[in-house]
Ligand binder design. Structure first.
Ligand SMILES: Nc1nc(=O)[nH]c2c1ncn2[C@H]1C[C@H](O)[C@@H](COP(=O)(O)OP(=O)(O)O)O1
Length: 215
């Protein structure tokens, strides 16, 4: 089919059956029967978390935590940890699953404290966003948090998680510093993190270029 030809849409696509094929403690695999936009009944293999709470749309939270200290550059608080599904270390925003009775704001403040030791204040929360929609129904809300680094409890923060390393990256050189980490060691960077860096470069540096230099 050429790029200009579009498939004829004859029906609203919808899921008609979800059957569990295998289930573990944390993750399950389902066979999803659905009707595609052309009206054909098809099968999709779907993974889901078993932990999603009733009345909660998001599985977890990701936290963009900005550490603000007098006489220091603003830094983004990142975590480095070994991730078994990848078999290597990853560089991620602090993140975690939403517990029973929590909303995204409460989960974000708790997870940030557990993983990094910092006490943050929520600035904003995104709508529920999907993470890997061709594979899973897994969703997250990204919570923007400010940390007053001059406060006593944020001067020497104590983490509760032994195997999580906290890394501070200056906001104004975020993508550059990530590229340096990638050159130095075998580590996988979360796509959300890299996109955040690319977005900042696009937003802050491109508009300053002269129009004649634009490609
Ligand atoms: N897919 C998973 N497999 C596991 O064997 N265990 C898992 C999975 N997902 C979460 N967990 C466990 C690990 C932690 O003990 C708890 C809470 O995880 P949380 O800290 O909320 O989230 P991550 O930072 O993404 O691990 O769940």
């Amino acid at each position: 089919m050429s790029n200009t030809e579009k498939p004829k849409i004859s029906t609203a696509p919808q899921v008609i059956k979800e059957e569990v094929i295998a289930a573990g403690k944390w993750v399950m695999l389902e066979k999803t029967t659905y009707v595609d936009p052309a009206g054909n009944t098809r099968i999709w293999e779907t993974s889901k978390r078993t932990t999603r709470r009733a009345n909660t749309e998001a599985d977890g939270v990701g936290i963009i935590a900005l550490l603000k200290r007098t006489l220091h550059k603003d830094c983004v608080v990142m975590v480095k940890q070994f991730r078994p599904p990848l078999g290597c270390y990853t560089l991620e925003f602090p993140a975690g699953l939403i517990d029973e009775g929590e909303n995204a704001e409460v989960a974000a403040v708790r997870e940030l404290k557990e993983e990094t030791g910092y006490k943050g204040e929520v600035v904003s929360v995104t709508p529920v966003t999907c993470l890997d929609p061709g594979l899973s129904n897994c969703t997250t809300q990204i919570v923007l948090v400010n940390i007053n680094g001059d406060e006593m409890e944020n001067i020497n923060p104590t983490q509760q998680l032994e195997f999580v390393e906290v890394i501070l990256l200056p906001l104004d050189e975020f993508q550059l510093k990530i590229d340096e980490v990638l050159k130095k060691e075998k580590i996988s960077v979360d796509a959300k993190v890299y996109l955040f860096g690319m977005g900042m470069v696009q937003a802050f540096f491109k508009p300053r270029e002269l129009p004649v230099l634009k490609q």
